[in-house]
Design a protein around this ligand. Structure first.
Ligand code: BEZ
Length: 255
């Protein structure tokens, strides 16, 4: 089963097996430091756990995601909060936001200028942007294992579906769009997957299907096994997979 083959996410699998995405994100909430009365946008809210945590501060939070399954799950779980099914590149809102928050989302959009331009437009002057995404070198060992296997067995070179910028590159992009960057970090965050031996293939099914989309259905099992063997020396440790995540974290204000 590949979770993204219908073009949408499997929200319950995401919650059940990949909770580390929002568990790690709670750290980022401290940097956001939301307070009562603020209007805050959560870009790529997923199933809404961090949005709901922001709302506990008394801020009014708007959750935005372009996945119908994620927004539906968020709406069911937190029916009193405000949810929008939309793409950040075209999203508009009648009031400017005091802050914009985004965790583990913006690397999915390979048009960073369009994203940053829209973030600037949605924020009030002086408003803050707190984001975390995959940074330069993120999951490089996974990508390299997939690329080697696809090249050797199918003569396919998969296109990288993600945007993992370097710190200076992203800071310059923000500055070019009217932001002042107060702080930015690029750091390693090795990420342990659940489910022991099956962890990598479950991760690939949830997140890596754009990398594997050219693989014919009847060869998927063979390819997944070969990727596991290729990645094992670097990423399988003491009974679990530990992926080479690298995070780019940014605090910026709109001028
Ligand atoms: C990330 O959060 O860094 C990530 C998640 C899925 C695929 C690639 C990167």
């Amino acid at each position: 089963m590949l979770v993204l083959t219908t073009g949408d996410w499997n929200a319950s699998l995401y919650d059940a097996k990949h909770a580390f995405v929002f568990a790690y994100g709670s750290d980022l909430l401290e940097l956001l430091a939301p307070h009562a009365g603020e209007l805050i946008l959560d870009v790529g809210c997923g199933t809404g756990h961090l949005t709901a945590a922001i709302a506990q501060s008394g801020a009014r939070v708007v959750g935005l995601d372009r996945s119908p399954a994620m927004i539906e799950a968020a709406r069911q779980r937190y029916p009193t909060l405000e949810w929008h099914l939309d793409d950040i590149r075209s999203f508009l809102y009648p009031q400017p936001f005091d802050a914009i928050f985004s965790n583990a989302t913006l690397h999915w959009i390979r048009e960073p200028e369009a994203v940053v331009e829209r973030l600037a437009r949605l924020l009030r002057p002086g408003g803050r942007l707190v984001l975390e995404m995959g940074g330069r070198g993120n999951v490089a060992a996974v990508c390299s294992a997939v690329e080697k296997v696809l090249q050797a067995r199918l003569a396919i070179r998969p296109a990288n579906p993600w945007y993992f910028p370097a710190l200076g590159e992203y800071a310059a992009l923000l500055e070019a769009h009217g932001f002042e960057v107060q702080a930015a970090w690029l750091f390693k965050r090795p990420t342990v997957l659940e489910d022991g031996e099956r962890g990598l293939r479950l991760w690939l099914e949830m997140f890596g299907s754009p990398l594997l989309e050219a693989v014919p259905e009847e060869r998927k099992e063979e390819i997944l096994s070969a990727v596991e063997e290729q990645a094992r020396p670097a990423l399988f440790k003491e009974g679990h997979w530990e992926l080479d995540y690298r995070r780019l974290r940014v605090l910026a204000h709109r001028l």
